[in-house]
Design a protein around this ligand. Structure first.
Ligand code: ATP
Ligand code: MN
Length: 460
C-alpha cells in the first residue's frame, strides 16, 4: 500500500486511492452517530488531513476514543472527496495503529494557544505548532532559494571555517574557543598551550576567508553559522545566527547593490510562490501586512541614498528620535526604520558611510572620509544586509589597519591578496534569521531559528 504524506493525501487527484498516512493527531472530535473525526498533521504542509473513523473499527473504543493531541498514529484507508469546506479529500480509516501515546495530563501542547514566550521554554515541542511548522517551511524555502539563486548565477559555494583566529568585524565581540580550564590548572591558561597554539574564536563572518576564494575563483558564496558575543537583548539579535555571504571579484559597489536587490527579490518572490498556504497563515494570524510587504519588495525599485543624504533627511524630518543624528555617528534602528517605513515605504540601500564607523576592509573614497559601504534596510526589520566594496590597494589597507590599531601581522594572508594580483572586489552578508523574520512577520528573531542562543539562554 502506498505511503503518502499529508500534503500528498490532500491533493484532489489522490481520491480513490488506498493509502497509508502517518502523523500526529491535532484534534479528535466524536460524532453522535458513533464515529469520530481526527485532524492529522505530519508537517509536510500547513493543513491537516481529516480522518473519518467509523465506530465499527475493532479498536475504536480501546484506542481511537483515547486519542488526544500529540499522539502518533498510522492510518490506512481510502481517500475520498470531502464534502467539508477547505479540503479536497478526507481519509476513511480501515485501520488505525497507535504508534505513541501523549498523556494529556502532562503534554504541554494540549492547550491550543500559548504565548511565544512560553513556547521558547519548550523549544523541543514548539515545531508541532502551526506557527513553528510554518516558520520552518518558510525558512527551508529561503535557504533553497539562496542556493538556487547563487548556483544559477554561476557562484561557487565555499565553506569558510567556523573556528578562526581573526576578528573580521574588528568589534571584539567574539566567543573564545579553548580546551584550557576544564582539565588544567588556570596557570597553564595561556594561548601557547591551548589546542590551536594561539587564541581561537568562533567566527563572526566568513568574509575574509571567502575573499581568498573570490580572488581566484571569481564569484563565490559562503553560508553558515556565525557567532557574536554582543550583549544585545533585542528582537533582532542572536548570539548564533546564519549568514550568507557572497563575494565577487571585479565587482564595484554599484554591482554589489544591484546583486543584493536582485537576490532579495528572487528569495521573496520564491516564498510568495511556494509558501502560499503558510504565508496566508502569517498574514491572517501574525502580521496583516506580511504578504503585501513581500509583494512590495518584489515589485519596488530599491531606493539608493548616501549616508550623508540620509543624515540630512533625518535632521530635517522633525521626528523626535531617542538617539540624536549627526554626521559621523552610526544610524540606530529607529533611524533606519524611519527611512524605510515612513519616509520612502520601500527598501532603501544606504551607501558611503563615514570610515570611522566601518571596518578596516571597506574601500576608502577619494574624499578620504567615507568608505564604499552599503546597508540594505527593509520595513519592520531595518538592516537586513551589510556589505561593501573591499579595499584592494595594499597601502591604503595598511593605513586603515593601523588607524584601527589592528595587528597587521596576524592578517598577513589577507594582505597577501593585495600583494599578488589584487583586483577590485565586493560582497555582502545577509542575515538568514532577519530574512525569515521579514518574510513571516514574526516579531522576535528567537522565534525564527529552531534553538535560539541569546545571553543566558542555551538550554536546548
Ligand atoms: P546590526 O547593526 O543590526 O547589529 P551589523 O551591522 O552588526 O548589524 P553586519 O556585521 O553587517 O551587521 O552583518 C551582516 C548581517 O548579518 C546584518 O545585516 C544582519 O542581517 C545580520 N546580523 C548581524 N548581527 C546579527 C545578530 N546578532 N543576530 C542576527 N543577525 C545578525
Ligand atoms: Mn551588530
Amino acid at each position: 500500500m502506498p505511503q503518502l504524506t499529508v500534503a500528498q493525501a490532500r491533493l484532489a487527484d489522490s481520491v480513490g486511492e488506498n493509502v497509508e498516512v502517518r502523523g500526529w493527531v491535532r484534534t479528535r472530535r466524536d460524532s453522535k452517530g458513533g464515529f469520530s473525526f481526527l485532524e492529522l498533521n505530519d508537517g509536510s504542509c500547513f493543513g491537516n488531513l481529516q480522518v473519518v473513523v467509523s465506530g465499527e473499527l475493532t479498536n475504536y473504543e480501546s484506542d481511537v476514543l483515547r486519542l488526544t493531541a500529540g499522539c502518533s498514529i498510522a492510518v490506512t484507508g481510502e481517500l475520498k472527496a470531502s464534502p467539508a469546506k477547505g479540503q479536497a479529500t478526507e481519509l476513511a480509516a480501515d485501520e488505525i495503529k497507535v504508534l505513541g501515546w501523549a498523556d494529556p495530563e502532562t503534554y504541554q501542547l494540549q492547550k491550543k494557544r500559548h504565548s511565544f514566550e512560553f513556547l521558547r521554554t519548550i523549544a523541543h515541542l514548539r515545531p508541532r505548532t502551526n506557527t513553528f511548522g510554518a516558520v520552518a517551511r518558510v525558512r527551508n524555502q529561503i535557504c533553497r532559494s539562496i542556493h538556487d539563486f547563487f548556483q544559477e548565477e554561476g557562484f561557487l559555494y565555499v565553506h569558510t571555517p567556523v573556528i578562526t583566529a581573526s576578528d573580521c568585524e574588528g568589534a571584539g565581540e567574539m566567543f573564545r574557543v579553548t580546551t584550557l580550564g576544564a582539565n588544567e590548572k588556570p596557570a597553564a591558561a595561556d594561548a601557547a598551550n591551548d589546542f590551536f597554539g594561539r587564541p581561537a574564536f568562533l567566527t563572526v563572518s566568513g568574509q575574509l576567508e571567502a575573499e581568498t576564494y573570490a580572488c581566484s575563483l571569481g564569484k563565490v558564496y559562503t553560508f553558515g553559522p556565525t557567532f557574536r558575543a554582543e550583549n544585545s537583548n533585542t528582537s533582532r539579535h542572536l548570539a548564533e545566527f546564519w549568514m550568507v555571504e557572497p563575494e565577487m571579484a571585479f565587482f564595484d559597489l554599484d554591482d554589489n547593490m544591484a546583486l543584493a536587490e536582485r537576490f532579495l527579490k528572487r528569495v521573496f518572490g520564491d516564498v510568495l510562490q511556494h509558501c502560499d498556504e503558510d504565508m496566508r497563515f502569517f498574514a491572517e494570524r501574525i502580521e496583516d501586512s506580511a504578504i503585501d510587504t513581500l509583494k512590495g519588495v518584489v515589485d519596488s525599485e530599491f531606493l539608493r541614498l548616501s549616508y550623508t543624504e540620509a543624515v540630512e533627511l533625518l535632521a530635517k524630518s522633525g521626528k523626535k528620535f531617542e538617539f540624536p543624528v549627526g554626521w559621523g555617528q552610526d544610524l540606530q534602528a529607529e533611524h533606519e526604520r524611519y527611512l524605510t517605513e515612513e519616509k520612502f515605504r520601500c527598501p532603501v540601500i544606504l551607501h558611503d558611510y563615514p570610515a570611522t564607523i566601518k571596518p578596516f576592509y571597506m574601500r576608502l573614497n577619494d574624499d578620504g572620509k567615507t568608505v564604499r559601504a552599503m546597508d540594505v534596510l527593509v520595513p519592520r526589520v531595518g538592516e537586513i544586509i551589510g556589505g561593501s566594496q573591499r579595499e584592494e590597494r595594499l597601502d591604503v589597507l595598511a593605513e586603515r589597519m593601523a588607524a584601527q590599531e589592528l595587528d597587521a601581522d596576524s592578517y598577513w594572508w589577507y594582505t597577501d591578496l593585495r600583494r599578488y594580483g589584487t583586483v577590485p572586489h565586493a560582497g555582502f552578508g545577509l542575515g538568514l534569521e532577519r530574512t525569515v523574520q521579514f518574510a513571516t512577520g514574526m516579531a522576535n528573531i528567537r522565534d525564527v531559528i529552531p534553538f535560539p542562543r541569546t545571553p543566558g539562554h542555551a538550554e536546548f
